[in-house]
Design a protein around this ligand. Structure first.
Ligand SMILES: N[C@@H](CCC(=O)N[C@@H](CS)C(=O)NCC(=O)O)C(=O)O
Length: 369
């Protein structure tokens, strides 16, 4: 049933410097879905979201018929199912599997690095705390300097030092980012987007960390300008892309230069998801994770990311046999197969996230505050 009314704009509630709000904006733009970005200030936004979708996080979408939605991953899938033209999900199921894997990595792994560059460095923290204080906390009658201190502490305690980053491991977190830039530069040297000259769900995923964070916050922006200007072009290319006007198709199969990204997923991200499974099982809200160069101390556990792992597995399980064989061969080649299936019986709660995008059970990190 098509219950999407596009005759009126969709409302997108969120901050104009938010990771996931920026991701949703990139999606709406490339897909030419008209939307109006709106700010609801706190504490009203938090109250309204909890009432409408069960938890509070950014962004939220309000449909013209009054329904509210949350979670960019499931919202995008919902819009894609309602608007079959100009798809950003590749038709080739094997390609689609890997595009979703890249999207998940962009959403869940690069969040910490993005928060680090924004909140650890005073240039980033000054800019972002002032912006958020004025944008989101305007109805709270306190001086701006107090709001700035509050926001900076909240974000550091929640997402940087509170999520595994220490003085000792900052370098490994930053080296991880430099490696990402190198791999992406090599790709965008040859074509406009990850799977070809048209954007896919993988590009939309990466717009999360890049559009409102790495390509906006002073410290990472300068690094990108100096070391990876091609990546900056990709950010603008995506923002300007309109799928309806692009005739190019995706490249065939999995382009060879995506392999280093997929190998990183196998080496670091999937083992991290597995360490998170252990932590949730033992109800350890903080856990250490060490792999190769990456070393996190007291990272926050996440029930939401257990569900992300389940989603990746479900996506594989739903493939036709011939595609399964091909995906398995590729996952094995990239070192992703074993960590994807390492843990049996994931510690999910009953029916977790089954009502997304209209109702959510868990926030991205920790328990629901
Ligand atoms: N999986 C969610 C994640 C949304 C999310 O975590 N958004 C951040 C802001 S960009 C947030 O609202 N965090 C909640 C908080 O800081 O309390 C999505 O895809 O929409």
């Amino acid at each position: 049933m098509n219950d999407l009314d596009l005759s009126k704009p969709i409302l997108l509630y969120g901050s104009s410097i938010s990771y996931f709000t920026g991701k949703m904006e990139n999606y709406f733009r490339v897909k030419e879905i008209s939307y109006e970005q709106k700010v609801l200030s706190y504490p009203r936004f938090e109250r309204t979201m909890k009432q409408k979708v069960g938890i509070h996080q950014m962004p939220a979408v309000e449909l013209p018929d009054g329904r509210w939605m949350t979670d960019t991953t499931k919202m995008i899938q919902w819009f894609e199912s309602k608007i079959p033209e100009n798809k950003i999900i590749p038709e080739d199921p094997v390609q689609a599997f890997f595009a979703f894997l890249l999207e998940d990595w962009a959403d869940e792994w690069w969040w910490r690095t993005a928060m680090h560059y924004r909140w650890h460095y005073s240039e980033g923290a000054h800019f972002a705390s002032r912006h958020l204080a004025e944008e989101l906390l305007s109805s709270i009658p306190l001086p701006i300097w107090i709001k700035k201190i509050f926001l900076t502490r909240r974000q550091r305690n929640g997402y940087t030092i509170g999520d595994g980053i220490t003085k000792e491991n900052i370098k490994t977190v930053e080296d991880d980012f430099l490696k990402l830039l190198e791999i992406l530069s090599n790709i965008f040297d040859k074509r406009k987007f990850l799977f070809g000259n048209r954007p896919s769900i993988a590009d939309i995923g990466f717009s999360g960390p890049f559009f409102r964070h790495f390509a906006l916050d002073p410290v990472p922006l300068e690094i990108i300008r100096q070391k990876a200007p091609k990546v900056l072009s990709w950010v603008t290319n995506l923002w300007n892309a309109r799928v309806s006007k692009i005739d190019d198709d995706f490249e065939k199969g999995i382009p060879k230069d995506l392999e280093p990204l997929l190998r990183e997923i196998g080496k670091v991200y999937l083992p991290y998801l597995s360490a998170n499974v252990d932590a949730v099982r033992q109800n350890k809200t903080k856990f250490d994770f060490k792999f190769g160069n990456v070393f996190l101390k007291n990272a926050r556990y996440s029930l939401y990311r257990i569900w992300c792992l389940k989603e990746l597995r479900d996506r594989y399980n739903k493939l036709e046999e011939k595609d399964k064989t091909q995906v398995e061969i590729l996952l094995k080649k990239f070192g992703c197969w074993e960590p994807l299936w390492r843990d049996k019986n994931l510690p999910l709660i009953d029916n977790q996230e089954e009502d997304l995008p209209f109702r959510a059970d868990r926030k991205m990190l920790g328990v629901n505050e």
